[in-house]
Ligand binder design. Structure first.
Ligand SMILES: [Zn+2]
Length: 128
């Protein structure tokens, strides 16, 4: 097996990223498309620079996506990234969660327990 140089590996990751961007265009719902783009950009960053740690509990985080938490009081808290557990914890105590990298932006409200996952997919998203 031939070893790839650093430049060849970056080119390979970038090609995968572009393929993921093309694949994301097939989604009709803009929030699904934006979510897919955020995920593949974060995966691309992970392969180039590695992950990070959760701003709250210091757990290892693979996909580094900045999160802004909007509170009931009107205050906001911004984190460089959160692990899944802390994200859901903050989401339960928020009125709105915003994940954004550049123009790609996803907004989520708190979960309504007892709702089916299919109810979420039909709801209109604020993402553009
Ligand atoms: Zn955490």
């Amino acid at each position: 097996m031939r070893y790839l140089s650093a430049g060849e590996r970056v080119a390979e990751h970038f090609q995968e990223y572009l393929e993921a961007v093309l694949a994301a265009q097939q989604f009709q719902q803009s929030n699904v498309r934006t979510w897919t783009l955020l995920q593949c950009y974060a995966e691309f960053q992970f392969r180039l620079n590695g992950g990070s740690h959760c701003a709250l509990c210091n757990a290892t985080v693979r996909h580094v996506i900045p999160v802004t938490v909007c509170r009931d009081s009107g205050a906001t808290d911004s984190y460089t990234c959160l692990c899944t557990r802390c994200y859901e914890g903050e989401r339960a105590r928020s009125v709105k969660m915003i994940q954004a990298i550049g123009e790609a932006r996803i907004e989520e409200g708190p979960r309504v327990y007892g709702k089916r996952s299919s109810d979420y997919s039909r709801s209109k998203s604020a993402a553009s």
